[in-house]
Write a protein of this length. Structure first.
Length: 543
């Protein structure tokens, strides 16, 4: 207990000093520091393979979408034909399959790399259940990308961006299946039973098996560096930034110091949770994630129910604008497609490899079982929750009917902001305005939702970043506390900085992870096919 309190005090002390400095203009210094960094990384990561006056086509987006389409076709549409199986695995229908069974037909080793002689212990590997792993991973993807990110996509690209978000989410289910199967397949298990997994391990170990050890080692290190950056950015600062925006609005606070103090409170809350490791994270997220997701979906369903007659018009507008956009400055068809793909990829992170870190901690003997569970993530995150948010915003913008008059102009000011009743709103503020139109005291509800989304995302991403940190710097306690202190500091930095500087940096770091991760996926997807056949054969024996 004393050790725990000492760690907490060590965490709080630098944050209090930071808050005092904010009054001296440190928030502006943060923005000034982040701008050149975010501009540099954005320019590098989103390097366009085609560029005109109105649009740019970044190679990373083309890589993501093309890879997702390839995996969807290669694995014969697992996002459709294995969807029911995935649900059955989560609800425990095939738990008995994970009992140790020797299957010589599939070689002399098991998914974790153990020899047949030690297969008796194989089902004991792992720290969390299928549901807990899914809840932890979903909490890392279902965040403010679903509230602020969707609003940003619609503000920039118009209603048509929704269609391409859903398409990207649907294809991303296959990518998520591949990377999370590999996460379990190549995980490491420490002497104390702690699981270490994710792209760092399947890239390095998998490529070494194929005679590309040096390439695998370099790609794994690059991934780990970018994942740490992603944990500080999209998984942390961007989340605390949006939570602070809605909290300041609810409480009527305007000073920059208020943002820093909110960040400190969030940092302490997150710090208390992440000190406990994956088991505590999983125990929190398995309760928080279903609660907040159900609450948010119910609110969306209520608004859609009240405006049931406008749902058809909203879908009609989405399909029409997807192929013939009218949003100002979006850059036509390709522009709206890119806006939708970019926001969907940021929201569900399929292809970034981050979720495989959480899924690798599952208690299972079959790596493909968790891969199937993982494909539910983009469906929940993008196909369901993002679509509902989009419909609410679009119907709100109808202003009561679909005659053509709108409350705000799609395309806005070109940076994600729109003007509603003379006030400039962006991100979660747009969604908040939509909710306020239909639900009394919705500002309180949405504030709670945004904060819960933010906290759950931050605690999951702290685990992702810590695993990458350990891969680079070792698994000692000193490395742990250094990372966690830095992580909590970025909670405060995100709360004090502006939205644009934080989100530009966050986008760049999340998408940077795609490049080294795809190296692993393209070398190792045949392994996934073999493990899928192994698992489907096993569950057939239970029927």
């Amino acid at each position: 207990m004393k050790k725990y309190l000492l760690s907490l005090f060590t965490l709080i002390l630098p944050l209090l000093t930071f808050a005092q400095e904010v009054e001296k203009g440190l928030d502006q210094k943060i923005d000034e520091a982040f701008k050149p960094i975010s501009d540099f990384f954005s320019g590098m990561i989103f390097f366009p393979i085609y560029k005109s006056e109105s649009i740019e086509i970044p190679f990373v987006l083309l890589l993501l979408v093309a890879s997702a389409a390839f995996f969807t076709v290669y694995f014969k549409f697992p996002n459709i034909f294995h969807f029911k199986t995935a649900i059955d695995v989560v609800r425990g229908k095939y738990d008995e399959v994970d009992h140790p069974v020797v299957e010589p037909a599939y070689g002399d080793s098991t998914p974790g790399g153990d020899s047949i002689e030690t297969i008796r212990d194989e089902s004991e590997e792992g720290e969390v259940s299928h549901f807990q792993a899914l809840a932890t991973a979903v909490s890392g993807t279902v965040g403010n990308g679903n509230i602020a990110g969707v609003a940003l996509a619609i503000a920039l690209g118009g209603p048509g961006a929704t269609f391409w978000m859903v398409v990207c989410g649907f294809l991303g289910m296959s990518t998520k299946f591949v990377e999370c199967t590999l996460g379990v397949q190549y995980r490491d298990v420490g002497e104390d039973g702690t699981v270490y997994g994710g792209p760092m391990y399947y890239i390095s170990k998998g490529l070494k098996e194929r005679g590309f050890g040096m390439l695998g080692k370099i790609a794994a290190i690059i991934f780990a560096i970018f994942c740490i950056g992603g944990s500080f950015g999209g998984g942390n600062a961007a989340q605390s930034n949006q939570a602070t925006v809605v909290l300041k609005e609810l409480l009527g606070l305007e000073s920059t110091a208020a943002g820093a103090w909110i960040g400190i409170i969030l940092a302490i809350l997150v710090g208390v949770i992440i000190i406990g490791g994956i088991k505590r994270i999983a125990s929190v997220t398995e309760k928080v994630v279903p609660f907040m997701a159900v609450l948010y979906v119910l609110a969306c369903l209520y608004i859609l129910g009240v405006n049931f007659s406008l749902i058809g018009d909203a879908f009609s507008l989405i399909f029409r604008e997807a192929f013939n956009p009218t949003a100002i400055g979006v850059g036509g068809f390709i522009g709206v497609l890119l806006v939708g793909f970019k926001r969907a990829a940021f929201s569900n992170e399929a292809g970034a490899g981050s979720a495989s870190i959480a899924h690798s901690a599952v208690k299972t003997k079959y790596s493909a079982s968790e891969g199937l569970v993982a494909l539910l993530e983009p469906f929940i995150d993008t196909v369901v929750i993002c679509t509902m948010t989009a419909l609410v915003i679009i119907i709100f913008n109808f202003g009561g009917d679909a005659s053509g008059a709108t409350i705000f102009q799609y395309g806005g000011d070109g940076s994600g902001g729109v003007f509603i009743e003379g006030a400039r709103l962006e991100g979660a503020g747009i969604t908040s305005a939509a909710f306020a139109e239909y639900i009394p005291y919705s500002n309180i509800f949405l504030t709670v939702a945004v904060v819960l989304f933010a906290v759950s995302t931050m605690i999951s991403w702290s685990y992702y970043g810590l695993q990458s940190w350990k891969f680079l710097f070792g698994r000692g306690k000193t490395a742990d506390i250094v990372y966690k202190l830095l992580f909590c500091l970025f909670v405060v930095i995100g709360a004090a900085a502006s939205m644009k500087s934080i989100w530009d940096f966050s986008d760049a770091m999340i998408f940077a992870m795609v490049f080294p991760n795809m190296v692993g996926l393209y070398f190792l997807f045949p392994v996934v096919k073999k493990q899928l056949a192994r698992y489907t054969d096993a569950i057939k024996g239970t029927k």
